[in-house]
Design a protein around this ligand. Structure first.
Ligand SMILES: [Zn+2]
Ligand SMILES: [Zn+2]
Length: 387
């Protein structure tokens, strides 16, 4: 993410060269000398699975929004200026693919493709085969290295120099790929089990960092009034005591919502550990089949039972996507004594386009074309929905 390649083709050429170099130099300079034929064939099968799953991850459509989509109740009415169509919840327009992608996760430069609802299982399968095969190579190289160590007192002519050189190069390269792809796989699995796309994780962090911003609450109150036809009641927190440290100054205490914490916000698409996995990746016993796709359609999503505990009763994200900084009809109180870090304080009033997460990433770093994401004025949308 956030990686700018000099040419998009490099994103595919670099991983392809890495796979080819590690796979076949390990086979021909090392494994060939001590693997049985059967084991050599098995290893070639692992490599073939990487190539097949990589090809599918590059080619598979991440899922496009139907051009005649009509917004349904319980979601923001979201218009894409480029596609000139309404798009389903969780859909974003990708700047590189130039289309609206269902449950867009991120644009991946290494597959030159978006990762969205429809191709997430294929992307994960590619990561799995890379993890599995590089893990296998690492163990075998280590075993071979150990053997060399034990035979270190043998005369030099008994060793193949090329084997020793490649052993050292490959252990480092293979270990690097195993670690970096392994970490990415872990990160993706954490997102999948929590029911969030990478973009939604970013959005959740934004909401959390803006929870003490008067501007944020101004939008929420407006949304609530428009959707429910009455002023938003005073919110309460079930975990209030733990969150006093957020901002315990007198100025903050005057706000109606100062006890309300991020844990009181209900993320609508988290339908539980098992259901989150099955919805996105399908049943585990189908995972290794190269054609297994997700379970749903990527257009309509099941919502959590916890929505009853949702005091805001607004679609996600609760402050809407309409993120231009409005003229406020009041002066937001500046709390000079707040015990907040500089970055936390400075980010809380930024609009969605400008906001950065702890890693310094903006929404555009995930590939989203933020400029075409403008929503219709919320008033008309919400009245239509509630009416
Ligand atoms: Zn679009
Ligand atoms: Zn894309």
């Amino acid at each position: 993410m956030g990686i700018k390649l000099p040419h998009p083709a490099l994103g595919v050429i670099v991983p392809a060269c890495l796979i080819e170099f590690i796979g076949h130099s390990a086979h021909f300079f090392i494994f060939k000398h001590y693997f049985s034929t059967k084991k050599q064939i098995l290893f070639e099968c692992f490599l073939a699975m990487i190539w097949i799953s990589y090809y599918i991850a590059i080619k598979k459509d991440p899922g496009q929004a139907p051009s005649d989509y009509k917004s349904v109740s319980g979601e923001w009415k979201r218009w894409c200026k480029k596609c000139e169509a309404y798009k389903p919840e969780r859909t974003h327009h990708c700047k590189t693919c130039k289309k609206c992608v269902l449950k867009m996760d991120h644009h991946c430069p290494w597959t030159a493709n978006c990762v969205g609802y429809k191709n997430m299982p294929h992307f994960m399968r590619f990561l799995f085969w890379v993890d599995f095969t590089t893990g296998f190579v690492f163990v075998e190289l280590f075993k071979r290295g150990w053997q060399f160590w034990e035979e270190r007192n043998y005369p030099a002519y008994m060793f193949r120099k090329s084997e020793l050189v490649f052993l050292m190069i490959l252990i480092m390269m293979d270990g690097f790929v195993f670690l970096s792809v392994g970490l990415l796989t872990l990160k993706c699995m954490i997102h999948i089990t929590s029911g969030m796309s990478q973009i939604e994780t970013w959005e959740w962090e934004r909401v959390e960092s803006q929870l003490r911003s008067e501007r944020f609450w101004h939008r929420i109150r407006n949304n609530y009034q428009n959707l429910h036809g009455k002023p938003m009641p005073k919110l309460k927190s079930i975990r209030a005591e733990q969150y006093f440290y957020y901002n315990d100054s007198d100025a903050a205490k005057k706000s109606d919502h100062w006890l309300f914490s991020i844990d009181d916000i209900v993320f609508p698409y988290d339908i539980g550990f098992w259901n989150n996995i099955v919805d996105q990746l399908n049943y585990p016993w189908l995972w290794l089949l190269p054609w297994t796709g997700p379970k749903g359609d990527g257009i309509l999503f099941a919502k959590t039972d916890l929505l009853e505990e949702d005091q805001l009763g607004l679609p996600w994200p609760p402050d809407g996507g309409h993120q231009v900084i409005e003229e406020l009809d009041f002066e937001p109180e500046v709390d000079h004594d707040a015990k907040e870090s500089y970055i936390f304080k400075s980010r809380k009033d930024l609009n969605r386009k400008e906001w950065i997460n702890n890693m310094g990433e903006k929404l555009t770093d995930y590939g989203v074309d933020v400029d075409v994401e403008a929503e219709e004025p919320l008033e008309s949308v919400l009245k239509e929905k509630s009416g």
